[in-house]
Write a protein that binds this ligand. Structure first.
Ligand code: OSB
Ligand code: MG
Length: 368
């Protein structure tokens, strides 16, 4: 695949409802999209970085810089044999996985079209339908949270994840469990606690959660291993897993029992496959995390979620939960059973709406 042209653009999209985690509230997204043209075909990728460096160090501006000054010049003009080959080329750059993933994933989109395969098949997927959960942010009040859960359970979503932080945790989980004793429930702390909170975190056990996601440091493995020995709720790692090597080390020391894979966080499909394969070989369940993506990132997430080790419902949900109008056609919808049907068209399986993308664009740069 000979890369002829790469375009990066920033679009801005308001969320239909604010999304709040232990590190802050998001009301609108700034999303960098990557468009790659090669061999007469077009592929798309999305930078999943948050607006501020609170989930990880990356932001739309750091990704723009790394793409423009390094990744794009290193990719343009070369005839790549396979989309994953850029991962080795990008390897000297420390970190910046979300910038790398956006570009690599666009190449996977092109490769799938070239081979006339759905992206899901190209990445080794086997599922035709993926199980979906929702991630529900911190709300202004517990009644508002309960009402949201009610709506998502009624819509068919298979598991509910609630965000927690000190002061919005045991009281919230208690109310949720009293009202919904039978749902599959989990909590995501986004690093809001420390080992000093062990006694407090032990109290989560009484809510029989499927897992607690990233309770401790964003870059920690060792303390998570200590905590996992003290609590019965399985720990799921998110922020601290950036590669298959990280996953191997985490599992080796017992830092958790489940891993959330995000394409951006690990640097794209080739790294995601490695994390998946490592976990699968060890019978460790994985699921697909979300980063409030537009339809393009969401379509990539659907493809990844079809790999056989993705045995737990992921944070991949319908477009309308985030956007008044998405940037792909058709929009992503979820069945009454809480599943998304994987498209069987070649490539991404959803068509980017160029007119709408153009309207939302606040800056654009093209390289040829
Ligand atoms: O920790 O999984 C997370 C959103 C932004 C940053 C981090 C996370 C999240 C979510 C939302 O939980 C998942 C989604 O619905 O996209
Ligand atoms: Mg998380």
């Amino acid at each position: 695949m000979k890369i002829e042209r790469i375009e990066i653009r920033e679009i801005q999209m308001p969320l239909v409802h604010f999304f709040e985690t232990s590190f802050g509230r998001t009301t609108a997204r700034r999303i960098v999209l990557v468009r790659v043209d090669a061999d007469g075909l077009t592929g798309w990728g999305e930078v999943t970085a948050g607006e501020a460096p609170f989930y990880s160090h990356e932001t739309p501006d750091t990704a723009w810089h790394i793409l423009r000054d390094f990744l794009i010049p290193w990719t343009l003009g070369t005839d790549w044999a396979a989309p994953g080959d850029v991962a080795a080329r990008f390897h000297p750059i420390r970190g910046h996985n979300m910038a790398k993933a956006a570009l690599e994933n666009a190449l996977w989109d092109i490769a799938a079209q070239q081979q006339n395969l759905p992206l899901a098949k190209l990445v080794g997927g086997t599922l035709e339908e993926i199980p979906c959960g929702v991630s529900i942010g911190i709300q202004n009040s517990i009644p508002e949270l309960l009402e949201k859960i009610e709506r998502e359970v009624a819509a068919g979503y298979q598991r509910i994840k609630v965000k927690v932080k000190p002061g919005w945790d045991l009281n919230v989980l208690d109310a949720v469990r009293t009202r919904f004793p039978g749902i599959l429930l989990m909590a995501d702390a986004n690093s809001a606690y420390s080992l000093a909170d062990i006694a407090h975190l032990k109290e989560f056990d009484r809510f029989y959660l499927m897992m607690i996601e990233q309770p401790l440091g964003w870059d920690d493995l060792v303390d998570h291993a200590k905590l996992q020995r003290e609590i019965s709720t399985p720990i799921c790692l998110d922020e601290s897993i950036h590669s298959a090597d990280d996953a191997r080390k985490a599992l080796q020391i017992g830092a958790g029992k489940i891993i959330n894979i995000k394409l951006g966080r690990v640097g794209g499909f080739s790294a995601a496959k490695q994390v998946h394969d490592l976990c699968r070989a060890r019978n460790v369940p994985v699921w697909c995390g979300g980063m409030l993506e537009s339809g393009i990132g969401r379509a990539h997430n659907i493809a990844m979620s079809t790999m056989p080790g993705f045995t737990l419902p992921g944070d991949v949900s319908a477009s309308k939960r985030y956007w008044a109008e998405d940037i792909i056609e058709p929009e992503i919808t979820v069945s009454a059973q809480g599943t998304i049907r994987v498209p069987d068209l070649a490539g991404l399986g959803f068509t980017p709406r160029l007119d709408r993308i153009e309207k939302l664009t606040v800056r654009k740069e093209t390289f040829a």
